[in-house]
Design a protein around this ligand. Structure first.
Ligand SMILES: Cc1ncc(COP(=O)(O)O)c(C=O)c1O
Length: 394
């Protein structure tokens, strides 16, 4: 389907639907009438296959206890095998109501209070929170940032592991907000270090389906023919890829039986909920029949990125933008045009746009913004035009 037809059919107003992004913008940003390009969900209706499944179920209108059917495992396995060469055995799989929730579980399962947990910053802020909120010691290792192109400082990573006696590393792959899709060579270096010091890797791959051009996402558990997989726990879902965040369903893949047993022991005392019916149905339908919808969404996102980048580069050449290899989030350093002006005042009062601020992701990222590209082009244009217009006034 072409982009215009897709937008006509799937873009929808969300105000008044209890949308966090649209309806809580005033509460979160203490400011009215902002164009919301912050939290990472999309302004598009889901793929028809998902809606059709829901309609059938609603016609039936019984929502008693359910189980995850074989067809779910088949659809998930098929998706992971054909797209990522990562066949998933049923036994390896657990379900959680979201990946952030899983991160909190993992802290309790795989670490003791005060154990050190490493993250590569700037990174998705719930990574910081999961470690701090559970009373673990947060170890931040800064990514190397060369004009907004990010890479891993392996020396600093290794040193931090040694110095702080790191037990667990929470990895973001693809990386939010850096937009990086890690290469196999990078992943091998990273996991070699983790292996050397017996560090467990929690690999959050929620953005796995968003890669562009020739860039390929490599699941951590498949790196070097699966050489590291037993020290890795993978978390992914259809929630980002198919706009299902509120259905609270994600996949946890644990290939190592010892780690799985630890998970199950914890689950026995702490998690007694079954997977959510609608989350399971939607995920299965998405993996089975959602590929075409996803491809068009990715085209729209990447076109939004290219247009925004071209406009910014032409009008504000000093502004730097992270290359969008993965995710649907554009990370921009506005410091060169802010000239010391406050970023919140600039974005909200002057531009009228709600974004995620760089400092939410890591220290030293004041003046950076993360812009959500998963919406119709006019809205991204509106935000970029406002940034250019207001920057020129400074
Ligand atoms: C890296 C990463 N992990 C997890 C999430 C959220 O996952 P969930 O809604 O399943 O808790 C996001 C959402 O933006 C994310 O970017």
């Amino acid at each position: 389907m072409d982009q215009a037809t897709f937008i006509e059919r799937y873009y929808t107003e969300r105000t008044g639907t209890n949308s966090l992004k649209w309806d809580l913008v005033e509460e979160r940003f203490e400011s009215r009438d902002l164009l919301p390009l912050w939290v990472a969900d999309m302004d598009f209706k889901v793929a028809d296959a998902i809606t059709a499944e829901f309609k059938k179920r609603i016609d039936h209108s019984v929502y008693g206890y359910t189980f995850v059917p074989e067809s779910y495992y088949e659809a998930y396995n098929q998706w992971m095998t054909t797209r990522f060469n990562f066949p998933i055995e049923k036994d390896w799989l657990r379900f959680t109501p979201g990946i952030v929730q899983a991160l909190y579980y993992f802290m309790h399962i795989y670490t003791e209070p005060a154990d050190a947990v490493a993250i590569l910053t700037p990174v998705y802020y719930p990574f910081h929170n999961a470690v701090k909120d559970t009373g673990r010691k947060l170890v931040t290792v800064e990514l190397i940032n060369e004009a907004n192109e990010f890479s891993i400082d392996f020396k600093a990573f290794e040193q931090a592991i040694i110095d702080q006696e790191v037990k667990v590393f929470i990895h973001c792959s693809p990386h939010n907000p850096a937009g990086r899709v890690w290469t196999e060579a990078e992943l091998i270096r990273l996991f070699d270090i983790c292996q050397k010091y017996d560090v467990l890797v929690i690999s959050d791959e929620i953005h796995q389906d968003f890669t562009y051009g020739d860039v390929r996402h490599i699941p951590s558990a498949t790196v070097a023919n699966g050489q590291y997989r037993d020290m890795i726990i993978t978390a992914n879902s259809a929630s980002k890829s198919f706009n299902l965040a509120a259905l609270a369903h994600s996949n946890i893949v644990i290939t190592n039986p010892v780690l799985r047993e630890l998970y199950d022991q914890f689950a026995k005392t702490m998690i007694q909920t079954e997977a959510n019916l609608f989350g399971v149905m939607a995920t299965e339908a998405a993996y089975r029949d959602g590929a075409e919808w996803l491809e068009t969404v990715k085209t729209i996102i990447f076109n939004n990125y290219e247009t925004a980048k071209a406009k910014l580069t032409e009008s504000l050449p000093n502004v730097t933008i992270s290359p969008l290899q993965g995710t649907y989030l554009m990370f921009i350093n506005l410091n060169p045009v802010l000239k010391g002006h406050n970023i919140v005042e600039f974005m909200q009062t002057r531009c009228g746009v709600a974004v995620d601020y760089g400092e939410w992701f890591g220290e030293g990222y004041e003046g950076y913004i993360r812009l959500n590209l998963a919406t119709k082009p006019e809205l991204v244009d509106q935000a970029i035009d406002a940034i250019i217009r207001e920057a020129k006034k400074i």
